[in-house]
Design a protein around this ligand. Sequence first.
Ligand code: FE
Length: 232
Amino acid sequence: MPMDTNILHNISYGMYIVCANRAEKLNGQIVNTLFQITNSPITLAVSINKNNLTHEYIRAGKRFSASILSEETPLAFIGAFGFKSGRETDKFVNVQYRILESGCPAVLDYAVGYLEAKVICEFDCGTHTVFLGEMVTAEVTGAGRVMTYDYYHQVKRGTTPPSAPTYMRIAAATAAGPAMPKYRCTVCNYIYDPALGDPDSGVAAGTPFAELPDNWSCPVCGVDKTKFVPVE
Ligand code: FE
């Protein structure tokens, strides 16, 4: 029988910040594996790596919140929640959030809304635990298109659609000379593409890696230029 795991790239996901708390301690992380499972009652399932601090806190507080991110979410914001551990940094500094009645936090920045679920059971899935929760709180706090996992990879990290205002500048930069090498972050695998620049950090399309300012850092995980290697 065929076994082509490429099929998995065709499964769709969203982009969420899932938060939990242990008493006064708060943590949150980026999650793409969050799904509504039933409607009566409304239940949601989320898959969390057992090594993550959020896993520990969901078990402790028996709650989790999920903030649904919009397409406007900057890479750096996703990076702060997705590539850093709450054991080393306080992820809530300079972030707008709400403490719900249960004590569980919910992030408000760049979110179109959030929900909170009370854990009713969990499934041991080896590296991960799937928590099943019943929705107990939900609020729409913003508008805009929600970010899909595919959008995050295809648009935020690499290519740009022809409808984007930067598209013509990219074409001009590419046409002006030989292709400039791309560089890959060895920590998070973000690709710096000179043709695209890093608009979130104010770096114009057409800027070679060597001309990035010394204080430039990976827009996803925050490490400095020395952690990058040329692609190919
Ligand atoms: Fe990185």
